[in-house]
Design a protein around this ligand. Structure first.
Ligand code: ADP
Length: 334
């Protein structure tokens, strides 16, 4: 069968032969042929390329050629080639590559599981300690203030766990494409107010909001984004007294930004900051799963908005995002 194919191919014009070669491999193939103009007599030159078979499938071949005949001036006028079927070899290489990728992914998953279990264990341990202390104080008949304080601490730790579990669940929903926005006309003022209620901090949160018109968004999801940006601003600025939230109208979009005066982010880490599981700050001072910004960026994209960050190490960061004011305007902007 190979003989018949070879006969068919040999009968073709060079242009027809070239039209069988995969466009990605053609430049390499031309260079391969040109390379014979200064080849030595016994030099064997080799390359791999794909051709299309009659069923229009790509098929890997390996060609090995050497100089067969030179003209009177010494220039190469003919080469002799042998062509080998490399399809199986390429498929095996592909399988090996896929296995390598799988292995790296499994290692990444293990790493993440160990970060996640550690991050979940910390608040749960504190929660358990608060509950034990609470029980002892109740048995001793302690005053109400102390009990309320312990209950508040327990509640805070519970909220931390809930937030982490929610992030884990959102992460899975993103991977499986299961996040559906519930878009309604909303008041940004109220969204900001409700995001602020999710935050517990002794820092001052300064709010400048000049957006008065309603926006068409998924209210709970936008609250989640704002609370995530605010939570990070607070977490990563342990020594600062305040953070600033701004919301402005920019024509078809609103732009919301959160500025902090904290640790900042090194320049080389900025491009990865919205990646899944990425954590720039690994010091044990800061806890986290590296999912918050990833989830926020996905939610912003689902709304048709954009996002970004300006940051300087040791000075602070400003995280911002935009949202289209009306969802029907999206078709005009894309
Ligand atoms: P995490 O749960 O680790 O906080 P995020 O996805 O929210 O995860 O953020 C990813 C990483 O980005 C963080 O680990 C941190 O290094 C960095 N980061 C996020 N917000 C800020 C900020 N306001 N200032 C400095 N670094 C930040």
């Amino acid at each position: 069968a190979i003989g018949r194919h070879v006969a068919q191919i040999t009968a073709m014009t060079p242009a027809e032969q070239r039209s069988l070669i995969c466009a990605d491999d053609l430049p390499g193939f031309e260079r391969y042929l040109e390379g014979f103009s200064n080849a030595r007599d016994n030099e064997v030159r080799e390359m791999e390329f794909r051709i299309r078979d009659r069923a229009r499938r790509w098929w890997w071949l390996n060609i090995r050629s050497k100089v067969f005949r030179r003209g009177a001036d010494g220039r190469v006028v003919e080469i002799i080639s042998s062509v080998q079927d490399y399809q199986k070899k390429k498929e095996n290489e592909e399988k090996v590559r896929e296995n390598e990728i799988m292995k790296t992914l499994l290692v990444k998953k293990d790493d993440f599981m160990s970060v996640a279990s550690h991050e979940l264990k910390t608040p749960i341990t504190t929660l358990k300690a608060s509950l034990q202390l609470l029980k002892r104080q109740v048995e001793k008949g302690e005053g109400e203030d102390l009990l309320v304080n312990l209950i508040q601490r327990a509640e805070q730790q519970t909220n931390k766990v809930i937030r982490m579990v929610n992030d884990l669940m959102d992460n899975t929903k993103i991977r499986t494409g299961k996040i559906v926005l519930d878009i309604r006309s909303c008041n940004l003022e109220i969204i900001i107010q409700e995001a602020l209620e999710q935050i517990s901090t002794d820092k001052e949160i300064v709010v400048y909001n000049t957006v008065t018109q309603p926006i068409e968004v998924d209210k709970l999801r936008v609250e989640q984004i704002v609370a995530n940006f605010l939570g990070n601003a607070i977490k990563y600025s342990p020594d600062a007294a305040h953070v600033v939230l701004r919301a402005v109208d920019e024509g078809q979009f609103v732009k919301i930004s959160v500025q902090d005066f904290g640790v900042g982010i090194p320049k080389e880490k900025l491009p990865h900051i919205f990646d899944q599981f990425y954590r720039a700050e690994l010091s044990p001072r800061f806890s986290g799963l590296g999912l918050g910004l990833f989830i926020a960026s996905e939610l912003i994209e689902l709304h048709g908005g954009s996002y970004g960050v300006q940051s300087e190490e040791g000075v602070g960061s400003t995280f911002w995002f935009t949202l289209p004011i009306r969802q029907q305007d999206r078709s005009l902007t894309f």
